[in-house]
Design a protein around this ligand. Structure first.
Ligand code: GLU
Length: 257
């Protein structure tokens, strides 16, 4: 299987912006194992701004674009350094791929992107994709990595998109404020009722919340790609997903010819 795994800032870091070492170590171990089993894995990883906040000892996620971009430039290095170190332990090679909206929308750029990722997969490497935050401005930005994950999954014909977050999946209401909220395990169609369930904000250092995850799921399922939103706090959940166990919320890909 060709699997795109989107990892959110809240899965990689503590709220301080400092890396959650135990979790990241385990995540890289499980992903390496999934790859050893014969799957192709592409990571779409957030965390650049979050880790930059930690490394520069900023007080919180910055509001202005230049500071966000500076934090991303610092944090992206740290992020790739950590991935490189961890995946090397399991003999896997990683590759950094930073893109902006124009790399998807301009046909030549898009072809180059697809060719590069295709070649990396042929080489057995793990492409780790993020938005090129240092040059992205509002006009050209994809904006959030949930959407980026879906765009990447479509662009490289993935079989499965997994969005790991700090929430178990899609709840009928915001579970942080409603005791009667329950988790939906399968969504066959993303209709208005489903969209209404996804209102609400994300975590302090991340970007999306459930709204962008639903948007991502809808981009992917429209192209026939099953999408799972699941909690990344225990990376073993990736094994459960691949074994077809009921975890998180599964959005069923539409039948496309
Ligand atoms: N590209 C941003 C980062 O690496 C993340 C965007 C998002 O979390 O959706 O910090």
């Amino acid at each position: 299987m060709r699997i795109v795994i989107k990892i959110g800032t809240s899965t990689l870091t503590y709220s301080t912006g400092r890396i959650n070492i135990r979790r990241v170590e385990k995540l890289c171990k499980v992903i390496s194992d999934i790859k050893n089993a014969g799957n192709e894995v592409i990571l779409v990883s957030s965390g650049a701004i979050g880790m930059g906040v930690g490394k520069l000892a900023l007080e919180g996620k910055p509001d202005d674009i230049p500071t966000k971009q500076a934090a991303a430039a610092v944090g992206q290095c740290e992020l790739m350094y950590i991935y490189d170190r961890e995946f090397s332990d399991y003999n896997h090679t990683i590759a950094q791929v930073l893109i902006t909206n124009s790399d998807i929308n301009i046909p030549d750029n898009h072809t180059n992107f697809q060719n590069t990722v295709g070649k990396l997969l042929d080489f057995g490497a793990i492409p780790i994709i993020n938005e090129n935050d240092t040059v992205s401005t509002e006009e050209i930005e994809i904006g959030d990595n949930d959407t980026l994950g879906a765009i990447v999954a479509v662009s490289i014909n993935a079989d499965l998109l997994i969005i790991l977050s700090d929430i178990d999946g899609l709840y009928t209401k915001d579970p942080r404020t409603n005791n009667d909220a329950y988790l939906l395990t399968v969504v066959e169609e993303i209709n208005d009722d489903i969209v209404a369930m996804g209102k609400g904000k994300g975590s302090a250092l991340g970007t999306g919340g459930m709204r962008t995850k639903l948007n991502a799921a809808s981009i992917a399922v429209d192209e026939g790609i099953d999408t799972i939103i699941a909690n990344g706090k225990d990376p073993d959940i990736l094994y459960d997903i691949l074994q077809g166990k009921t975890v998180g919320t599964k959005f069923v890909g539409k039948k496309v010819n």
